[in-house]
Design a protein around this ligand. Structure first.
Ligand code: SF4
Length: 342
């Protein structure tokens, strides 16, 4: 649990996504098509908090991470970060890039093999115009803070282990003293023991530097360990969002339920392993199901699920779910019928 979670005051919002969508062009045979990677996603991250984003491969979570840091531009909607609004197509300034950093999945390919560790960490500082003396001091500080001896400054990436390389990537992200760090499957490529060390390091750094994390992962155990709130994504939609504690104790959306049931357990008598989810493949994002995108795999699907997209509504305080099984409070707007499908 983060420092923000233990405070009685609600921290201010740092990052807000408002109805953000992104499509990519694709080819199916001779035909041009559009893949809807992220479709109408709205999320909020408060200062000092960690928002976990989970879902299967292809659900759009990595595209979401790239939209937040500006590596790809959204087609519609806007990203509000630290009071600054980025509408569709607005590019980030140098100052914006200083305040939000990203740590990628593969610690090796994220580093230039021809640059020393010292040069890799110093690079973003130099591009931001930080003086040489301050850059040197900052490199020493962050290297020490991620548990690497100053001697590593002159090493090259191939001379380090996978865990050490990811520590370097974290150090590089911290060097500019960002407010937000987007962690995209940042521990997925590491051994379990190294993974645990890196996760604990991230939690320590979060408190020390007052960081907010957007934590993207397919590993539900890791997301539970790290997150204050969790958003569950399926085929570009957020289908449930609530506190991590509530999601893992009482998930409401059928997709969240089968995801959690499929977490492997050490005790074979407990839940885990094959589930209803294994009965079907995720549909192609080139031709997603109408209405609720989960309906082709949902054991509770009804007629309405094929015609009307369920809106993401707050069914309990702080607990949002997009499913026709859960009553929509009177104040909420009903889901819009899909043109041509009613
Ligand atoms: Fe299942 Fe319908 Fe709920 Fe979708 S809206 S998860 S198909 S019950």
């Amino acid at each position: 649990m983060t420092a923000a979670a233990t405070s009685t005051e609600t921290p201010p919002v740092l990052l807000q996504l408002n109805d953000v969508s992104k499509q990519f062009a694709a080819r199916v045979g001779l035909r041009k098509a559009a893949v809807s990677a992220v479709d109408g996603v709205s999320l909020t991250l408060r200062r000092g908090d960690t928002l976990g984003v989970v879902g299967e491969s292809g659900c759009g979570k990595s595209t979401l991470a790239r939209l937040v840091v500006g590596l790809v531009q959204c087609d519609s909607g806007d990203v509000v970060f630290d009071g600054r609004t980025y509408r569709a197509g607005r590019r980030r300034t140098r100052r914006d890039l200083r305040d939000m950093q990203m740590v990628f999945q593969d610690p090796h390919s994220a580093l230039n093999p021809r640059a020393t560790i010292g040069e890799a960490i110093a690079f973003p500082l130099r591009t931001q115009g930080v003086s040489r003396a301050e850059t040197e001091a900052r490199v020493d500080e962050v290297l020490a803070r991620v548990g690497l001896h100053g001697n590593y400054r002159s090493h090259y990436p191939h001379q380090l282990s996978g865990g050490q390389r990811q520590r370097v990537n974290i150090a590089r992200a911290l060097a500019l003293k960002p407010k937000l760090v987007v962690l995209d499957e940042s521990v997925s490529a590491l051994d379990k023991s190294v993974q645990a060390q890196i996760l604990d390091l991230l939690l320590e750094l979060q408190v020390e530097y007052g960081l907010s994390y957007l934590f993207i992962s397919h590993d539900l155990n890791v997301v539970e360990y790290m997150s204050d709130r969790v958003a569950v994504m399926y085929l570009g939609h957020v289908v449930e969002e609530c506190s991590a504690e509530e999601l893992y104790r009482a998930p409401l959306h059928p997709y969240s339920q089968v995801l959690l049931e499929s977490i492997p357990k050490l005790d074979p008598r407990e839940r885990g392993g094959p589930s209803a989810l294994t009965d079907g493949e995720m549909p192609s994002p080139l031709d997603p199901p109408s209405g609720c995108r989960f309906r082709t795999r949902c054991p509770f699907a009804m007629d309405v699920c094929a015609t009307t997209r369920p809106p993401l509504v707050e069914t309990r305080p702080g607990h949002l779910v997009a499913c026709h099984l859960h009553p929509v409070p009177e104040s909420a707007t009903a889901g819009d019928p899909i043109p041509g499908e009613q």
